[in-house]
Design a protein around this ligand. Structure first.
Ligand SMILES: *[C@@H]1O[C@H](CO)[C@@H](O)[C@H](O)[C@H]1NC(C)=O
Ligand SMILES: *[C@@H]1O[C@H](CO)[C@@H](O)[C@H](O)[C@H]1NC(C)=O
Ligand SMILES: *[C@@H]1O[C@H](CO)[C@@H](O)[C@H](O)[C@H]1NC(C)=O
Ligand SMILES: *[C@@H]1O[C@H](CO)[C@@H](O)[C@H](O)[C@H]1NC(C)=O
Ligand SMILES: *[C@@H]1O[C@H](CO)[C@@H](O)[C@H](O)[C@H]1NC(C)=O
Length: 358
């Protein structure tokens, strides 16, 4: 399936807010792909340059001698990685005549949920036609917050310093491009991509919101201010209520909480009892399975120290029909997720795990 076609249709139909977070066929949950651990070993799938092996790039700063313990995902392989907090995964390539010895990798599967992609912007009319601003301190989240406060669904960054808000993108006029066109650094954070000249990178404004209400069978939730570090003194609640589900699974795809009092909790939505609590001392280590159809996610940060925060995937499991016996029940239905039109990969994975434990 071409997930891009689906996105286009949804963008045009203005359904973006429910669609964007359902793209789980991704290998990245950070804006710059520093969590990418996939297997692309050339700079582009079409006519790209082969990557050099990290265990053979001793003439360059990043190699397995200097980082022998898998830091940044380096190892005896030649997969694209982002070990230095660049805007996108990259790799060393054999030297060119013009002295270029590394290249960004264009990895289609590495686009965090909530990042809708990179779009052409002729400026006439702009791709996102709502309010705009420019800032020499632009970060992805301060553009998102600017647009979210004005109740826009989408926020777009361009040329590193410009921010545009809107509710939909007309893809007939503004085709999507490889992410390489959008890897200009944000003026306010050089580890984040903020579009390019004539190219706008677009995010759903729910990314990094402090709170929200989720009712879809699956979704992604980021810590407040994501992909910036979370702010001091944040107290946020999200509700995840999926009527008809027997349990909701939470998968923290990463977790970086900095000091003793900052924390994340999962509460039973009906009783407000804390079911799971995580902090820097006790990070989540596996899937968290919470019985019921209503969970509250709580985040608290004190007045000191900031950190990247978290990204989590949730997936609701459908209630089992208690009237049928095991023999009558279709095996494939067992522990199945509440049906969803998107996110087949995550859904498949959870179903498999659910089956194997029963
Ligand atoms: C990349 O990986 C594939 C699959 O493992 C392999 O067939 C191919 O030769 C590799 N390409 C390079 C440039 O290393
Ligand atoms: C680097 O790792 C690859 C794959 O394991 C291996 O084939 C190659 O010989 C290694 N190179 C060196 C210099 O050790
Ligand atoms: C979530 O729902 C609650 C209760 O209905 C409401 O007060 C709150 O404003 C909602 N939050 C968001 C971000 O929509
Ligand atoms: C959590 O999600 C990630 C990203 O989709 C996946 O690779 C991983 O296997 C999941 N973890 C568990 C325990 O299911
Ligand atoms: C989660 O818990 C529910 C019921 O409490 C159970 O049916 C399901 O198999 C569990 N799933 C996983 C993946 O542990």
């Amino acid at each position: 399936m071409d997930s891009w076609t689906v996105t286009s249709a949804l963008l045009l139909a203005g359904f973006i807010s429910s669609a964007a977070f359902n793209h789980f066929d991704t290998e990245c949950y950070t804006a710059n792909g520093e969590d990418y651990r996939g297997f692309q070993n050339q700079t582009s799938l079409h006519g790209g340059k082969p990557c050099l092996f990290w265990n053979e790039t001793f003439q360059h700063p990043y190699n397995t001698l200097k980082y022998p313990n898998g830091e940044g995902g380096l190892g005896s392989h030649n997969y694209c990685r982002n070990p230095d907090g660049d805007v996108q995964p990259w790799c060393y390539i054999a030297d060119h005549e013009d002295g270029i010895y590394w290249r960004y990798c264009d990895i289609p599967s590495c686009q965090m949920p909530g990042n809708l992609g990179c779009f052409k912007d002729s400026g006439d009319p702009p791709t996102l036609s709502g309010t705009s601003e420019t800032s020499n301190k632009l970060t992805i989240q301060n553009c998102i917050s600017f647009c979210r406060k004005q109740r826009y669904k989408l926020a777009g960054m361009e040329s590193g310093y410009a921010c545009f808000c809107g509710n939909e993108v007309d893809l007939h006029d503004h085709g999507e491009s490889p992410s390489m066109e959008c890897n200009h650094v944000c003026f306010g954070d050089h580890t984040q991509p903020c579009g390019g000249d004539g190219w706008v990178i677009i995010f759903d404004t729910r990314v990094g919101a402090c709170g929200g209400n989720y009712t879809d069978p699956s979704g992604v939730i980021y810590s407040p201010d994501f992909p910036d570090k979370y702010g001091a003194g944040r107290v946020c609640y999200w509700t995840i209520q999926v009527p008809g589900s027997s349990a909701i699974l939470f998968n923290f795809t990463f977790f970086d909480i900095s000091d003793q009092t900052d924390m994340v909790e999962l509460l039973d939505g009906y009783t407000n009892q804390v079911v799971a609590r995580f902090d820097w001392r006790s990070p989540p280590r596996e899937l968290v399975n919470i019985t019921g159809d209503f969970v509250i996610l709580y985040f608290y940060s004190d007045r000191t120290n900031q950190a990247q925060g978290f990204a989590l995937l949730y997936q609701a499991l459908r209630s089992q029909d208690t009237r049928t016996t095991d023999a009558e029940r279709d095996d494939e239905d067992e522990g199945e997720e509440v049906s969803s039109t998107a996110g087949p990969q995550l859904a498949g994975g959870v179903t498999e795990r659910a089956n194997s434990t029963s």
